[in-house]
Design a protein around this ligand. Structure first.
Ligand code: PHE
Length: 339
């Protein structure tokens, strides 16, 4: 009997050793250790063995079984590992292959312009703020010395929500909010969307402005001009020329309109600048002392300047965009060209 068990062990081990895939290994397991297996049938027929041999045979049979089980489980581990490696080999990705190219988004031309402007203002020490697009009539008009009969308050131009609430018609309410929030001296800019009831080929009901306000002691028109010049040089290069025209805003006194070298013809004169070589750059002026007083700032001690260019037109000129409407339609064909 013992010889028989030795033979089973020997054959079993060699069959296990030679099993080269999981299926074959399982067949080997069934053949030796399964219910009908060679070893199992010996154990089952123990009663046919003479009683004096039974104990020894039983012991040897158990040792054989343990050895076979051990051999099977280590072979199993080896085969599974091999399988895993094969799978991984199949799924291998060559990360050095050039990609098919992904579609990348890009920033809207307005955002690009704004970012450039914000960067410049932050370098100059401005704090960037954002104020609500839905404003009170007071912040949008009253506190800015816009009289009740001013055309900008006309229902035709402003988009009112209630009698006292409207979509801001300019970013200048940011001046009012800043004066109530910060203690002088301060410098703020507020880029943002503004709304007017205006809709034709060259006007959009939505457009964008960039408000700036500087309040300090002894601020004069000279400071204003120096800062605008520095900004123009940064945006348009050191050869930029500027000219100043008188203007009117209820909240600045005096008010001026500043033109800079046309960026399309570089001063030669073109259809866009109507042959003048200049295009509108900034509108602004010295903060009307009345505005400071209304906000509780001592106008004898403090003065300031403010400006609030519309930026859509500059973006159109710089990117040769023929109509302001393109800026707000989000037409993919247009946006792709603007990359
Ligand atoms: N808010 C004015 C406008 O919309 C522009 C402006 C801003 C003028 C700041 C003076 C000072 O036309």
């Amino acid at each position: 009997m013992k010889e028989k068990l030795d033979a089973i062990l020997k054959n079993g081990l060699s069959e296990i050793e030679n099993a080269n895939d999981l299926k074959v290994l399982d067949e080997v397991r069934v053949k030796f250790l399964g219910k009908q297996g060679e070893l199992t049938s010996i154990l089952r027929n123990m009663k046919e063995i003479p009683p004096e041999e039974r104990k020894d045979v039983g012991m040897v049979a158990n040792v054989v079984r343990n050895k076979l089980e051990e051999a099977i489980s280590s072979k199993l581990a080896v085969l599974e590992e091999e399988n895993l490696i094969k799978e991984m080999e199949k799924e291998r990705v060559d990360i050095t292959m050039p990609s098919k190219g992904t579609k990348k988004g890009s920033l809207h031309p307005l955002t690009r312009f704004n970012n450039k402007f914000i960067e410049l203002c932050v370098e100059m020490g401005f704090t960037v703020i954002q104020t609500p697009e839905i404003e009170t009539d007071y912040n949008n008009f009253e506190a800015l010395n816009v009289p009740k009969n001013h055309p900008a308050r006309d229902m035709q131009d402003s988009l009112y929500i209630t009698d006292n609430i409207l979509l801001r018609t300019h970013t200048s309410p940011a001046q009012v909010r800043a004066m109530h929030t910060f203690k002088p001296p301060f410098k703020i800019v507020c880029p943002g969307r503004v709304y007017r009831n205006d809709d034709d080929s060259s006007h959009s009901p939505i457009f964008n402005q960039f408000e700036a306000l500087v309040i300090d002691e002894n601020i004069s028109l000279k400071d204003f001009m120096a800062m605008v010049k520095a900004m123009a040089v940064r945006l348009y290069g050191k050869d930029v020329k500027m000219r100043v025209r008188p203007s009117y805003f209820p909240f600045t006194e005096p008010s001026i309109e500043i033109d800079a070298t046309c960026q399309i013809c570089h001063g030669k004169g073109c259809s866009l600048c109507k042959g003048t070589g200049f295009s509108e750059f900034f509108g602004g002026g010295i903060v009307n002392p009345k505005i400071l007083e209304m906000a509780g700032i001592d106008s004898k001690k403090y003065s300031g300047f403010a400006f609030g260019p519309g930026i859509d037109r500059s973006v159109m000129v710089l990117n040769r965009i023929p109509s302001i409407k393109y800026l707000f339609r989000n037409d993919m064909r247009f946006l792709k060209q603007m990359r």
